[in-house]
Write a protein that binds this ligand. Structure first.
Ligand code: COA
Length: 314
């Protein structure tokens, strides 16, 4: 089913956690964090929940689209850090908006927004679809682990999809046998007779780095396969905002300047599956997207998963 984006929204928490703040929490420095990741600050949810951030982003997207929540055909939410496992975050968001339609979550870690886009687009025949990504990484980050806690932040984004006429393509991927490279155990009760255990994100940073620098350019190329335009004609590449070094290495492999990638990771860090939508909304609100512009979205993350999309701004 072809689709187009008719509204975008985003929401990040008020609280800013700077690299200087992190220097007081773990043995690190602003200089190390900036040179190894490009991140200068990130947002941390205090009063905000995954559902409240997702709902706020969704309201903005619906407002721009000029669509009432009651008209939605489906609400699909990407999250791997939801406030609750049940009810799904999508159901909480649908309830907050007053939408009465199918609502469910998708989890493909940091690639989840594009997986949700693919699933959401299949409902477009029945009406407008709300696709949300909402994450609170701060609840699973080990704030004593300097090799991971410097990277992540919280936030949410949303888009409203409608049936489209122009060419679009979404590509999804999951690497075989890479289950222990990036893990978040989740349910922290082991089983009968077993106690509670902490449920932190554990990451083999250099392995993720190697995977990301290879898969990112590959997924961009896959998105372009059979497309009516060349990569040179694409206005923006919006990548998962994980790490400046990963993105600049991918740009080199693709033989294009890194300036073709839209980046805001300096201000928000890695907000997992929300990061692409937050960046897309920023481009939209700044007027950097014109009707007819071609856009590539590209993601990678735990799983290990990866995804990309090519579409025309409508
Ligand atoms: N501050 C200072 N030193 C740090 C540090 C920090 N925050 N984190 C790690 N170090 C140290 C390590 O302890 C190690 O020291 P040693 O050589 O004395 O043992 C040294 O820096 C190098 O560690 P290493 O893990 O090899 O660093 P790196 O250059 O690979 O950078 C990451 C680490 C995490 C920034 C990098 O691997 C990365 O970005 N990986 C991808 C992560 C990612 O994007 N994950 C999300 C995917 S969705």
């Amino acid at each position: 089913m072809q689709w187009r984006i008719v509204g975008t929204g985003s929401c990040v928490p008020e609280k800013v956690l700077t690299n200087a703040d992190l220097e007081k929490m773990v043995d690190t420095s602003d200089e190390w964090i900036v040179t190894h990741s490009g991140v200068r600050e990130r947002r941390i949810a205090v009063t905000e929940t995954v559902a409240s951030m997702g709902s706020q982003a969704a309201r903005q997207a619906l407002q721009e689209a000029g669509i009432e929540a009651s008209a939605l055909a489906a609400v699909v939410c990407s999250t791997c850090t939801g406030d609750m496992i049940c009810p799904p975050t999508a159901c909480q968001i649908a309830a907050a908006l007053g939408a009465s339609c199918p609502a469910f979550d998708v989890n493909a870690a940091c690639s989840g927004f594009l997986y949700a886009l693919q699933v959401g687009s299949s409902f477009c025949e029945s009406g407008p679809v709300l696709v949300v990504a909402a994450e609170k990484l701060s609840r699973v980050v080990d704030w004593t682990d300097r090799s991971s806690c410097i990277l992540f932040g919280d936030g949410a984004a949303a888009v409203v999809l409608q049936r489209g006429e122009t060419w679009s393509q979404i590509c999804l991927h999951a690497q075989e046998d890479a289950r222990d490279v990036l893990t978040i155990p989740g349910l922290n009760h082991g089983g009968v007779g077993e106690g509670l255990s902490p449920s932190y994100l554990v990451m083999k940073g250099p392995e993720v780095f190697r995977y990301a620098t290879t898969i990112l350019p590959e997924m961009v190329s896959r998105a372009m396969e059979g497309a009516p335009v060349s990569l040179e004609e694409v206005r923006w590449i919006v990548p998962h905002q994980a790490n400046y070094r990963i993105i600049s290495s991918a740009a080199k492999r693709l033989g294009i300047p890194v300036e073709r990638f839209a980046l805001n990771l300096e201000r928000y860090g890695n907000t997992s599956s929300s990061s692409i939508g937050i960046m897309l909304d920023e481009l939209n609100k700044k007027g950097c997207l014109k009707k007819g512009d071609w856009v590539v979205l590209v993601a990678f993350g735990g799983g290990l998963t990866a995804a990309s999309a090519l579409f025309q701004w409508a």
